[in-house]
Design a protein around this ligand. Structure first.
Ligand SMILES: [Zn+2]
Length: 196
């Protein structure tokens, strides 16, 4: 089954002097720089419930992979003139859960088949994330270069860009995962197990 993707954007307080992630350093008159941390998420494995609720998933009720996409501004360094000197982004998946029904017993063909299917979903989520990351970085960098101070205006614009990209990632992710389910690999694997 597919996943539940939920928009997650964490806001931070745009008060530079009060925030430890911001620093002001001498203006070297260079262009802003960007660093991106990609967080692939640490999946928790759940195998204790019979029912496996899965929002927006396909019709298989014995497995589910849930992820939350996020894109956040992790910090920035400003020039004395108020320009952005460098910026750090955090793009990733959090609250990653792979759940299998307790009806599936470990070391059975079906358990392995469903687990494999769910891990393929997880790999797809991560691929979408990594595919979008350079594009997100480029878009944020463009804002950093072109939007003049004050910082709250730069911040608003960057937040808007990140929000749009999280939505785009989720849409693409949903499309790709639905495609994966529609090719019926899951039922094929199940049938293979029934024959054994
Ligand atoms: Zn599936």
């Amino acid at each position: 089954m597919r996943k539940k993707t939920v928009l997650k954007l964490v806001c931070f307080v745009a008060v530079m002097s009060a925030s430890p992630v911001f620093a002001v350093s001498p203006d070297d008159s260079g262009k802003p720089e960007i660093a991106v941390d990609i967080d692939e998420g640490k999946p928790s494995f759940i195998h204790r419930n019979r029912g496996v609720p899965c929002t927006g998933g396909a019709n298989h009720t014995v497995g589910c992979t849930r992820v939350f996409f996020y894109a956040e501004l992790g910090g920035a360094e400003m020039t004395p003139a108020g320009g952005i000197k460098n910026i750090r982004l955090q793009i990733g998946l959090r609250n990653v859960e792979v759940e299998l029904s307790s009806d599936l017993k470990k070391k059975t063909c079906l358990f392995d088949a469903v687990l494999k299917h769910e891990l393929t979903h997880l790999a797809l989520h991560r691929r979408v994330l990594k595919r979008f990351a350079p594009e997100i970085a480029k878009a944020v960098l463009s804002v950093a270069e072109n939007q003049p101070p004050p910082f709250h205006k730069q911040f608003d614009k960057i937040s808007k860009v990140l929000k749009e990209y999280v939505e785009r990632m989720m849409k693409e992710d949903e499309r790709q995962n639905a495609l994966m389910d529609s090719n019926d690999a899951y039922r094929y694997q199940q049938k293979q197990c029934e024959r054994k």
